[in-house]
Design a protein around this ligand. Sequence first.
Ligand SMILES: NC(=O)c1ccc[n+]([C@@H]2O[C@H](COP(=O)([O-])OP(=O)(O)OC[C@H]3O[C@@H](n4cnc5c(N)ncnc54)[C@H](OP(=O)(O)O)[C@@H]3O)[C@@H](O)[C@H]2O)c1
Length: 349
Amino acid sequence: MPNTFLLYGANGYTGELITRYAVELGMKPILAGRNAIKVEELAKKHHLDYRVFSLDETSRLDAAMQEVDMVLHAAGPFSLTSRPMVEACLRNKKHYTDITGEISVFESMAALDDKAKASEVMIMPGVGFDVVPSDCLARHLKDRLPTATHLSLAFYGMGRISHGTQATMTMNIGRGGAIRKDGKLTPVAAAWKSREIDFGEVKKIGTTIPWGDVSTAYYSTGIPNIEVYTVIPKQNLKLLKASRYLGWLLKAKPVQEYLQKQIPAGGPSDEERAKGKTYLWGEASDLNGNRVESRMLTPEGYTLTALAALKIAQKILDGAFTPGFQTPARAYGADLVMEIDGVNRQDVA
Ligand SMILES: NC(=O)c1ccc[n+]([C@@H]2O[C@H](COP(=O)([O-])OP(=O)(O)OC[C@H]3O[C@@H](n4cnc5c(N)ncnc54)[C@H](OP(=O)(O)O)[C@@H]3O)[C@@H](O)[C@H]2O)c1
């Protein structure tokens, strides 16, 4: 067995970060992407093998698959890039992971459950900040209150965001919000609901967003009603509320092209990441008035993304995987995130 993985999108901000952490951990991924100059430069810097192909070059994609056990896909927006990669994984019987946070991608991956089982491979989207810590928190709350019917999750403090995250968010602006209600994904207005969240060290007003857990926490916990909140700066909140009425305009191709061009490359510096941290909070309740609440503190979001993605990659390479569509906490349990340095969890109620 090759006992290595293909890191596609390696030259992106997050891909480069994953590469650096992988090398520090003694892992030797094969780097890949469509930009020959950048992928080669990165690979040479870290003394790693590399392959250059775009996602529609099926024969090169299939050839690269023969050299690895699994893929860590870091080239997003994943609603545009995940399909050819996951199909190549199924075709070649290789495990698939990615760092998406997009609800539509989680749902389309969940629909491939039978195919993944038939190929005896695991499909696990969302191995980054979205959704590893919140998915583990959701599972932890469910373990504490097995009768839970309602789940609220929140996070705060991601700091500066990267080019790809902004590109993905911009692509989805104007598409409104989403919650899970009675087990069904349910569209709601952008910034639909706000509430005060006690993150422990700070209290903040959180506002609902269509975060990945609206999809994934249902698979991890079976809880039928799910809302996810984050702290949105006042100016951005105004914009988000305006998007309820301007959605048609924000989705228009020329407007999207203009907005995408304004996004700066890169992401938080190493210093910013080292200083950053992220607060998570969750609450589960049932119809008899029982309620549990827990908090979590994690390293900065991109650092956590790299560490979580590599933790899961290592487990898969070691043979710890469950065929089919999986979420991080469903496959590895609520304590998966506690294996990452710098993560603390506290039960409040
Ligand atoms: N789950 C999480 O918590 C989490 C954390 C971090 C990032 N993300 C997501 O990960 C993605 C990457 O973010 P980033 O900031 O690293 O992005 P980035 O710096 O813009 O890099 C994007 C990478 O994807 C490649 N790419 C984009 N579209 C492609 C396509 N159609 N075909 C092939 N390659 C393509 C780019 O290649 P070129 O250089 O050739 O354009 C580049 O290597 C985003 O979707 C972001 O939302 C999620």
